[in-house]
Write a protein that binds this ligand. Structure first.
Ligand code: FES
Ligand code: FES
Length: 254
């Protein structure tokens, strides 16, 4: 990169020098250069909070922070939280069943850490405000709320009453892989790095309704570093999008 500059970061207490373009995202440096893949890339547009880290004491979505605004910054990532034993916030997320697929969990935990550093006994409004940039699509936000309350030493909201509690249902049970989820150690497809790996990017049409008659990839294919440009023409066989039935389906038995 011709416009690369050297930046100094203090990440989880360790000084790191990195070479990056000024516009390179802090998230990409943490993940791709420092291999701190606990910081997740869920959207790259600031909408999900999975990339949340603490920068100079403030929670930030690291996909919105370019390196030119990060020089000399002190960064805490999920990998810097456990100190031999799990941080109480991490333990609370496990105890309350507040992690499922775990993709959002590091970002949520970093938001909780930043909140409790400032407000050790937060009000409900402060809890909501402190996590307003985080989205979880699978655990359900009530379990996360209970985890935050436990971490803050507050009474934890009761679980909905059930008529007949079962052994494994209606109790918050720790997942077998919960520790990986709350420490950011879990490896997802996006966290795999292979020597010489190629990177692919999907380019979608800018027009929601249009008939695509032709795609000219010649200029893109000629760019330095581009190995291949694939279009529908490279995919053999029938190309369908969405659900398509070739004959009437019987959906249920009478
Ligand atoms: S990846 Fe940064 S907010 Fe989604
Ligand atoms: S645990 Fe899956 S998105 Fe939150």
């Amino acid at each position: 990169m011709s416009d690369s500059e050297t930046y100094k970061l203090v990440v989880n207490g360790t000084v790191r020098q990195v070479l990056a373009a000024p516009k390179t995202l802090l998230m990409d440096v943490l993940r791709d250069q420092l291999r701190l893949t606990g910081t997740k890339d869920g959207c790259t547009t600031g909408h999900c909070g999975s990339c949340m880290v603490i920068k100079d004491g403030e929670p930030v979505r690291s996909c919105l922070v370019p390196m030119k605004r990060s020089d000399n910054a002190h960064i805490t990532t999920i990998e810097g939280l456990a100190n031999g034993t799990l941080h109480p916030i991490q333990q609370a997320y496990i105890d309350q069943g507040a992690t499922q697929c775990g993709f959002c969990t590091p970002g949520f935990i970093m938001a909780t850490k930043a909140l409790l550093d400032k407000h050790p006994d937060p009000t409900l409004a402060q809890i909501y405000d402190g996590h307003k940039f985080n989205i979880c699509r699978c655990t359900g936000h009530n379990a996360i709320l209970r985890a935050i309350q436990q971490a803050a030493g507050q009474p934890v909201a009761a679980l909905p009453a059930v008529k007949q509690p079962l052994n494994a249902i209606s109790h918050p049970l720790p997942r077998p892989d919960a520790v990986e989820k709350v420490t950011g150690a879990g490896i997802y497809a996006d966290d795999l790095y292979v020597e010489g790996m190629l990177y692919a990017r999907a380019l979608r049409s800018a027009h929601p309704h249009a008939l695509l008659n032709n795609v000219d990839v010649s200029r893109a294919a000629a760019l330095p570093g581009v190995v291949a440009v694939l279009t529908a023409g490279d995919i053999p066989g029938r190309k369908d999008c969405g659900v398509r039935y070739s004959r009437p389906q019987r959906l249920w038995r009478a």
